[in-house]
Design a protein around this ligand. Sequence first.
Ligand code: FAD
Ligand code: NAG
Ligand code: NAG
Ligand code: NAG
Ligand code: NAG
Ligand code: NAG
Ligand code: NAG
Ligand code: NAG
Ligand code: NAG
Ligand code: NAG
Ligand code: NAG
Ligand code: NAG
Ligand code: NAG
Length: 596
Amino acid sequence: MSDRCVLILLALVLSVVQVLGHLFQGPTKEVLERTYDVIIVGAGAGGGAAASRLSENPHVRVLLIEAGGSDFMNLNISVPGRASTLVRSQFDWNFTTVPQVGLDNRPIVYPRGFVLGGSTAINQMAFCRGTKDDYDRWAKVAGDEGWSWKKLVPFVRQLDRMTLPADRHNTTGEFDPSIHYNGTVPISVAGFPLTTDPRVINTTTQLPDQFPFNLDYNSGNTIGIGWTQTTIYNSHRVSSATSYLAEAWNRTNLDIVVNTRVTKVLPLGYESGKPIMRGIEIAQSASGPTHTLQARKEVVLSAGSIKTPHILMLSGIGDAAYLTSKGVKPLVDLPSVGKNLHDHAFLGNSWLVNSNDTLDNLRRNATLAAEALAQWKVNGTGPLGLAGGSQLGWLRVPNASEFFAALGAEDPSAGPTSAHFEMITTDGFVSKRVSPPTQGHFFSFITAVISPTARGNVTLNSTDPFDAPIINPNLLGTEVDVAVMREAVKAARAFVAAPAWSDYILSEFGAFGEAHTDEELDAYIRNNTDTIDHPVGTVAMGKGAEGALDSELRVRGTIGLRVVDASAFPFIPSGHTQGPTYILAERAAALILGEM
Ligand SMILES: Cc1cc2nc3c(=O)[nH]c(=O)nc-3n(C[C@H](O)[C@H](O)[C@H](O)COP(=O)(O)OP(=O)(O)OC[C@H]3O[C@@H](n4cnc5c(N)ncnc54)[C@H](O)[C@@H]3O)c2cc1C
Ligand SMILES: *[C@@H]1O[C@H](CO)[C@@H](O)[C@H](O)[C@H]1NC(C)=O
Ligand SMILES: *[C@@H]1O[C@H](CO)[C@@H](O)[C@H](O)[C@H]1NC(C)=O
Ligand SMILES: *[C@@H]1O[C@H](CO)[C@@H](O)[C@H](O)[C@H]1NC(C)=O
Ligand SMILES: *[C@@H]1O[C@H](CO)[C@@H](O)[C@H](O)[C@H]1NC(C)=O
Ligand SMILES: *[C@@H]1O[C@H](CO)[C@@H](O)[C@H](O)[C@H]1NC(C)=O
Ligand SMILES: *[C@@H]1O[C@H](CO)[C@@H](O)[C@H](O)[C@H]1NC(C)=O
Ligand SMILES: *[C@@H]1O[C@H](CO)[C@@H](O)[C@H](O)[C@H]1NC(C)=O
Ligand SMILES: *[C@@H]1O[C@H](CO)[C@@H](O)[C@H](O)[C@H]1NC(C)=O
Ligand SMILES: *[C@@H]1O[C@H](CO)[C@@H](O)[C@H](O)[C@H]1NC(C)=O
Ligand SMILES: *[C@@H]1O[C@H](CO)[C@@H](O)[C@H](O)[C@H]1NC(C)=O
Ligand SMILES: *[C@@H]1O[C@H](CO)[C@@H](O)[C@H](O)[C@H]1NC(C)=O
Ligand SMILES: *[C@@H]1O[C@H](CO)[C@@H](O)[C@H](O)[C@H]1NC(C)=O
């Protein structure tokens, strides 16, 4: 080969290396020397979806930086029935809250995903879009019709697609096919029948006034009982990494760097008196070297509801007086950063049942668990393809206006399509407070306060970015929220009193069975409630000074900085939060691309 040929070949190889999108295990020289239009911080629901949509435009060069690793196909992540092993694992940030006043001053474990996929790689996989009233409330609070349910429909269409469950059963009557399109995230209903399934569905015909059947809670109206839709495809968990990022994986204009934390956003100068926040500082460990990077167009924070406000505060963006008191030099006085933290409270309520065939067996019998795993590996069937419960319900307290007026409060829900509480069926024992009993078989309802009124905050413990922030979700922090949980427990009792359960339910188990009066119920609730892991709202969009973000998710008082994750929600949707985070990211990507 002539020298000239070698040179051309070398040039070709180099140019390919330069443009090929890549996964980097750390901030290599290549990454540090490249120029990106958009740098996204955090590869969870918001960051994964945004990176994928932005890089659909080949002219936009995107860098996605993730603190955790790249092992998003780990067996414990992929197998839906193994989700509980992920809390306090290598895929978790291992946060703990401060003592929760509403929970008898107990601190609680506060999991957050630490891997490509973020919390979508460790969550319980329930898939919800949210309701018409939830988004219409966002539109009102943000002063932007673009957040209304009607205007979001095109983004919802891009989000999910319904797929066959593992056992390939006929799913007619389990969802409404006319409202599911050909989106990026494959979902499915349960692919393993449980003996409790017909009892749950029969209850909706036996007690239709209190527990109406809802064919598809993702229609924009959640109210009623129906089949759970989950981010499970071919019996594997679907995360933002296996869906959005997998679609973008080989694009030459997307680089992904893992094992790397963004410690600060940095100002590069000023424009009309506002800092241009297109710089970031990164590090791999508290003692290791730091590097800086600059985005040409913008930096997008998608580090989630705990870490996004943390990074902003460490960068001097927050309540100026508070930051000064903590030894951080204020850059932009934005008092709402870190405030408005809210979440859904979770309570497991269990009954002993007249059966030996419940999922409790899987936890107790290692042989059975090994057989189930082997079966899952063969064709995905069996109990390990399930994400806990197969049905759930979204309900409003009866006579809502009187109920809340009696408590001196307004109805906290967004409107009639939004619930006050949720009930999730589980074919076995459930509690985050009491260890699973070694004897007995159970049916449980997880009850959850779904339109909470309590608000907490995220604050600084120190100025070390590798130190966790102080987290206070203020669960059950108001009497209203406790009263709603009480109604939820009463509804769960009414549900299993239907004829469909007469030969199945034996007795209420543990402290639940001792709680009869409202006072006893409140004591039981406060002693056993925990989180359903849906923190939101800490850098919320809103009108004027009240919003940390404007309605297009730009951090107020700055240039070139946006937030695209669940921290941007002004109110928590009355559903689980991964779907709404994806929807927010879909619109955010369109807004960003519209400015390119
Ligand atoms: C245990 C659990 C169960 C849940 N169950 C459900 C459920 O069943 N259904 C549902 O809809 N929702 C559920 N959720 C909630 C849902 O997963 C989240 O609401 C959603 O993932 C939020 O998306 P996000 O983009 O805001 O944050 P995340 O998905 O948490 O993503 C944030 C990402 O940023 C990374 N990051 C943070 N800080 C930095 C930094 N400094 N530098 C670089 N990267 C950083 C994190 O490692 C993470 O990957 C659950 C969550 C958990 C934890
Ligand atoms: C899965 O979780 C179990 C239980 O926590 C643990 O023993 C095992 O090592 C994990 N497997 C993988 C592949 O990480
Ligand atoms: C969380 O704890 C697990 C188990 O101790 C550990 O392996 C993991 O590294 C911790 N996560 C982080 C982000 O430090
Ligand atoms: C999956 O495999 C199991 C066990 O090998 C078998 O009983 C079952 O029929 C298979 N199911 C499907 C849908 O292929
Ligand atoms: C599924 O069930 C419905 C209603 O029971 C029936 O109309 C339909 O033909 C079935 N589909 C298949 C593929 O069997
Ligand atoms: C669904 O979308 C995929 C990729 O986005 C495309 O390849 C496929 O043709 C679409 N299918 C239908 C039925 O529209
Ligand atoms: C990326 O490209 C490689 C090489 O062509 C291929 O093997 C791989 O399957 C692709 N990955 C995805 C997620 O498309
Ligand atoms: C459960 O198993 C026990 C012990 O084998 C047996 O006595 C009992 O009848 C079984 N109960 C049911 C409901 O199958
Ligand atoms: C555990 O499961 C195995 C396999 O299904 C079964 O043979 C065995 O009887 C079970 N053990 C107990 C104690 O139930
Ligand atoms: C955070 O909330 C706690 C408890 O309500 C309160 O005492 C504290 O002042 C708040 N901190 C900030 C900075 O808002
Ligand atoms: C705050 O830092 C102190 C000192 O390092 C530590 O003891 C404490 O546990 C931290 N608090 C939280 C909530 O992380
Ligand atoms: C549920 O209702 C159907 C239809 O009325 C009936 O055939 C079935 O036996 C009921 N199942 C249970 C467990 O109540
Ligand atoms: C709270 O629950 C724990 C765990 O079940 C129990 O040990 C304790 O006695 C309960 N406390 C009260 C006051 O009921």
